[in-house]
Write a protein that binds this ligand. Sequence first.
Ligand code: GAP
Length: 592
Amino acid sequence: MSKTAASESQFERMEKIVSLAKRRGFIFQSSEIYGGIGGFWDYGPLGAELKRNLRETWWRAMTRDRDDVVGLDATIILHPAVWKASGHVDTFADMMRECTITNKRVRADHVDQQSGSVIRYTGAKAPNGWSNDRQITVLMKQGEHIESFRKRVRLLLTQNAGVAAGKPEEIELVGEERIKVVECSVDFHPETGGLLNEARPFNLMLKTYIGPTATEEDIAYLRPETAQAIFAQFKNVCDSSRVKVPFGIGQIGKAFRNEVTPKNFTFRSREFEQMELEFFIKPDEAVQLIHGSVAVWSEAADLSTPQPNWGWEMWHRYWVTERTAYYARIGLGSEVLDYIWQTKADLAHYARACVDILFKFPFGTEELEGIAARGSFDLTQHQTHSGKQLEYFDEELKTACDKLTNEEKSSFIAAAFEKRFNPATTLEETALFCEKLFKGLYIPHVIEPSAGLDRLALAILSAAFEEELVTDDKGKSETRTVLHFHPRIAPIKVGIFPLLKNKPELVSKAREIVALLRPHMAVFYDETGAIGRRYRRQDEAGTPFGVTIDFETLGEEKPEFKDTVTLRERDSMQQRRIGVTELLPFLLGKIL
Ligand code: GAP
């Protein structure tokens, strides 16, 4: 979901970020030497480190630092039945329209408005015998000259027909007719100007074949999200780990979507990484039976520590707060984030709530992460389609229910029916669900915080990028390009610089410091060029600290400074002396 459009200067900013990302080895176009491949991106040396650090911060915050979340690392290709059960085979589609001349596709909601004259030809032919007998309808854009327009149409025809049509200039366009003038029309392809056909659903899953025969039966899909593998392995995780609802399973991994219009650099890619948590909670009815009431959310609710009597809404709000705190810890504060709470009408039929956390990208305020309360939909679907029991046995619930009288059970069923989430649920279905609860059985509900790693890397780059005018001691001004990464996620934590490369004592001391720090963090040793230029190079890479080893370090000029170095902070550009023995604790305090 998007909130605002970008201004022109923001487009320029975006272009600068894309250019820096390539120049400094953060992000490259995949297969660039062959002209690239749309929607696929590679991460260079600095980008790979950045992504790794982001992955690590998510994994730590969401699994290792918590008692109630475990991890999973599942395959990219799953049994195709998983995608049937999840609904992806039937409904994971974008509405799409096709150019009637080139067959180029565009998402129906991504067609820009265009104005001009609609020109129709009854056909086209070439001296080599090639002909096109279908009508050709193209928009001649406002201000476009008729001759250059015709040239463009000939080119479009050859783009589609290839060599068979011969040279574009030899094509004869037949029966030209100006049909009408249109304003702000969305019926023509934004690039080709060709008339678009009706919108049709286009499934976004990428297909492959398993095994050597490549028949329809061998079709499999590259996963379009990591989440489904978590649901498919729910029972194994429960059986093999000492987890108890409420608990979560987190996973980071590749996902693939055949996006119709990949765009905005890495923002909408065809191959990307997701960081997803499926957090399983008790249905509110189970909470009610165990605790006698369900804590529901209000503005005054304390979300700091999960409580046993929380219902789904408290858990949902809790995860929105947790994720917001996570972003703040890596440098994305409230000034760059926004939220969209989906209305009841926007929600999927099974979902109870969904909030998108948005980031203010230079090209607009767009989704970074979605946090959905998905009810018991996913596990129920997999239970139905696989025929395997995915119900969870809750000892605490069973113990609580064993104390209930038959009258209490009946009135509980009646109350549950009154409060049912889905009005279509019958009394019989409610009774069946409650009878299961009385035995301690239910299908857990799910809260799903689902983030994109590549989007996060792009958000981090966008938030960190700054061009600032700096003036040196001699009054000379220059533009400093700097990436203000939080030290926790910066690809390189510290640059180590001997003041002069031809002084062996300085070099060997600098190498000693590299050896001291390297086991704990990514360091970069640089001995070439003036010290100011070395600082600037690291500013562009987003390295938060620089350490210079100079003659004072050796104690040659001022013995009291022996074994101290100059520590420069990237953001303030302030320099101060620090003892070599203090370096490691200082830096660890900043990056952990
Ligand atoms: N399991 C829920 C799910 O997949 P989603 O909103 O489709 O939900 C979650 O995707 C996150 O994955 C998004 O918020 C976004 O960060 C990332 N994402 C989705 N499609 C993407 C794409 N084509 N390119 C890059 N990131 C994408």
